[in-house]
Design a protein around this ligand. Structure first.
Ligand code: PLP
Length: 462
């Protein structure tokens, strides 16, 4: 063994011990340490070292400076935004993927990346109950996956777009509760704000199918070109699910591309009892769900499924001579299905998770999170000082103090300032609302219970 490799071995053992300690007792960390912007940057040298440093120095600084500045998304008491946690098998897979550093540009550049991606996404597709024709690829985030879906939708509606450039008047539909990544993606594609219709929602924050259809008809009559509907299964504020059957029927009736953004909630389709909420999504042209949200796999692992890989190829395939390889019908070239050329071996960590936890393990985790969210909802309903402001179809609970927005803002800030829990907020009908999203691999029922106790105590003190 060379001295360099020997030093690496010792440092790797130390890092592994740190990881094991982190997993054993994550609650000894605050979810978030209060700090001022710039504090970490100021504590670090302004210039990189001239000479290489020891692993010991690096690991010491990691523990001393970096860990306290991290918001611990992996913490069992992280309840903000949507969950995103890494399970131990995923960490192993990530470590090994970085060691191989193999790049799945096309099949020849790494058969392992290409074929394992197809196999793992095939497994997941079966668990989700989606038909065989759905082709899956891994991208970094749901924002980028949805951008790809919308680009394919534009290609389907306007096959000349590559030659001529975009036609004016292409119009996209989503609910007013769709994630901002939909509007952002449409802006990047040059659709223009004037041609993004945000359809109002019903009393449970679901897109109104009647208003969707009316908007499409009005736009057609006005000479515009409706091309894409984005439905959300698990909206960011309340986790509501748009009416997928009705939306699919409208998309089919008007010849539009249907993209379903199931970034967070899509994982719940693994559960037979939740599958009815997703009925109709099998008729979509594309679906995104993030394994890095509620499938215990660390960032980044967004899954984009499409029933129209041919359109995805028409949209994205552009092969310079140096990337040409012999054609073989079984050799998938991932560069043909998206914008990035280089693709890291994300499927490895996901394969480790799917195999280590199995469908049973994942099902148990998802069911626990949903059950604790239901319990929390019941506790909130039983306390007359609070009101719950949205149904709880999955593991996200929206509630508020019966009072003004300012009181709710103060309540959230006080709870978060404790550093023991991290919650987030949203606004619904002009009202400031607190959110607790449960879904971390290490969360236990007591974590949810203690969060609720702290919220109640803090409300007493306001
Ligand atoms: N779609 C929905 C419904 C989301 O809630 C989010 C983020 O929370 C996104 C998309 C964006 O996900 P990403 O961070 O992977 O781009």
């Amino acid at each position: 063994m060379t001295p360099e490799i020997e030093q690496f071995r010792r440092a790797a053992h130390r890092a592994l011990e740190w990881i094991v300690g982190y997993y054993q007792d994550p609650r000894r960390y605050l979810v978030r340490v209060p700090m001022k912007p710039g504090a970490l940057a100021d504590a670090l040298p302004g210039e990189a070292p001239e000479e290489g440093e020891s692993y010991e120095a690096l690991l010491e600084d990691f523990e001393r400076l970096i860990v306290p500045a991290a918001t611990h998304w992996n913490h069992p008491r992280f309840f903000a935004w949507f969950p995103s946690s890494s399970s131990p098998p995923a960490v192993l897979g990530e470590m090994l993927a970085a060691t191989l550093n193999t790049n799945g540009i096309h099949w020849l550049s790494s058969p392992a990346v290409v074929e394992l991606e197809q196999v793992t996404l095939g497994w997941l597709r079966q668990w989700l109950g989606l038909p065989r024709e759905f082709f899956g690829e891994i991208l970094d985030t749901a924002s980028v996956s949805s951008l790809h879906a919308m680009a394919a939708a534009r290609e389907a509606a306007d096959p000349e777009v590559r030659e001529r450039g975009a036609r004016p008047g292409l119009t996209l539909y989503c609910s007013e509760h769709a994630h901002s990544s939909i509007e952002k993606g449409a802006l990047v594609l040059g659709i223009g704000r004037q041609h993004i219709r945000k359809i109002p929602v019903d009393g449970e924050f679901r897109m109104r199918a009647d208003l969707l259809e009316r908007a499409i008809e009005q736009d057609r009559a006005a000479g515009l070109r409706p091309f894409c509907i984005v439905a959300t299964a698990g909206t960011t504020s309340t986790s509501s699910v748009d009416p997928l059957e009705a939306t699919a029927r409208i998309a089919e009736g008007h010849g539009l591309w249907l993209h379903v953004d199931a970034a967070y909630a899509g994982a719940a389709a693994i559960l037979p009892e939740k599958r009815p909420l997703f009925e109709g999504w099998e008729r979509a042209h594309s679906i995104v769900l993030n394994a890095h949200k509620w499938l215990f796999t660390p960032l980044d692992l967004s899954v984009l499924y499409t029933r129209r890989p041919d359109v995805m190829r028409r949209t994205f395939s552009l092969v310079p001579e140096y990337l040409r390889t012999a054609e073989d019908p079984r050799a998938v070239h991932l560069m043909d299905y998206g914008l990035p050329l280089g693709r890291r071996f994300r499927a490895l960590k996901f394969w480790f998770v799917l195999r280590r936890l199995g469908r049973r393990g994942i099902t148990e985790l998802l069911r626990s999170h949903i059950a604790w969210a239901q319990e929390l909802a019941a506790w909130i309903d039983a306390d007359r000082r609070f009101e719950r402001v949205a149904p709880v179809p999955f593991s996200t609970v929206c509630f508020r103090l019966r009072g003004d927005n300012d009181a709710n803002r103060r309540l959230l800030n006080r709870v978060n300032e404790s550093g023991r829990f991290l919650l987030s907020h949203t606004e619904l009908d002009g009202r400031y609302v607190l959110r607790i999203a449960i879904g971390n691999y290490h969360t236990r029922r007591e974590d949810v219970q203690e969060a609720w106790e702290l919220i109640r105590r803090t409300a007493d003190e306001l």
